[in-house]
Ligand binder design. Structure first.
Ligand SMILES: [Fe+2]
Length: 285
């Protein structure tokens, strides 16, 4: 089974200024305009082209397709991603897709524009989704909540963790993939503050220890890595953020492909270079 993982696409969509409210206003200027040149159109077009040239079974998109959760951004992202949105796609939201309450109520824009690609509900009353594939099921969590200016922290509801474990046990599933926007671990030098990290990451890791996923896929922190299992965290972790950002400085950006066989995982990383994506070194821990 071949999986492609991309994340934090943050498409640089222009939003009518008069329609910006509160946090969106500062977010639009601080984040979007300041970083716009690092998200050029030719890069995401190249990403879409290279993915279309690969013969894969599952495409995981782990959140942050927008910047400030404006409906115009969701509409544009749906158009841009259209060539990749088929039965192989699996998406979850990121904190930028849940930027303000207005992105969720009265209409959940992520659900409205990407509902077909989020998997089936395991629970009706909370975000816990599963997509069956011909080999390994993939589970999606939503670690995001609307919060104040400058706050990008996440949390996974403890009932979601418990319901995930019950679902796996009830269905006799021992091998699965898990996708969630926030990291459970950071390399030295890439630590996150309490305003950016998943606040209950230790609880999540502890609860997953007896039924670990084969791979935990995430984004949020814009520098790729591949972490192998160890005794503290007994599962592989892959971060593919940000797949549409020009690499540079501390930002090792790009995306991963993962070939999964019963014996092993083969993880490859691709980075943008000279108008296209080329295979490059994985950043392993
Ligand atoms: Fe994020």
């Amino acid at each position: 089974m071949k999986v492609i993982h991309i994340s934090d696409l943050h498409f640089p969509t222009e939003v009518p200024l008069f329609s910006l409210r509160w946090k969106m206003f500062t977010g639009y200027f601080n984040y979007f305009l300041r970083r716009r040149k690092r998200y050029p159109g030719k890069l995401y077009q190249s990403l879409i082209n290279v993915i279309q040239s690969i013969n894969y079974d599952l495409l995981i998109i782990s959140g942050d397709i927008t910047n400030v959760s404006h409906e115009v951004e969701f509409k544009k992202a749906r158009e841009l991603l259209d060539p990749l949105l088929n039965e192989k796609a699996f998406m979850i939201p990121g904190n930028h897709d849940r930027y303000m309450k207005s992105a969720i109520q009265p209409v959940d824009y992520f659900q409205k524009y990407f509902g077909e690609f989020l998997g089936e509900n395991i629970k009706e009353d909370k975000y816990l989704k599963v997509k069956s594939t011909k080999e390994i099921p993939v589970i999606g969590w939503d670690s995001n909540f609307p919060s104040g200016i400058g706050n990008a922290a996440g949390r996974v509801d403890e009932k979601v963790i418990a319901d995930t474990i019950s679902y796996l046990k009830e269905n006799g599933i021992s091998k699965y993939l898990l996708v969630c926007h926030h990291p459970l671990w950071n390399p030295i030098g890439f630590e996150e503050s309490k305003h950016h990290k998943m606040l209950n990451r230790e609880d999540v890791i502890r609860n997953l220890k007896d039924t670990p996923p084969l791979i935990y896929f995430h984004g949020h922190k814009h520098s790729n890595f591949y972490k192998k299992p160890d005794t503290a965290i007994p599962f592989t972790i892959i971060n593919s953020a940000s797949s549409t950002m020009v690499p540079g400085g501390r930002h090792k950006t790009g995306f991963h492909t993962i070939d999964i066989s019963p014996e092993k995982l083969i993880v490859k990383r691709y980075a943008y270079n000279d108008m296209t994506f080329v295979e490059t070194d994985t950043i392993e821990y």
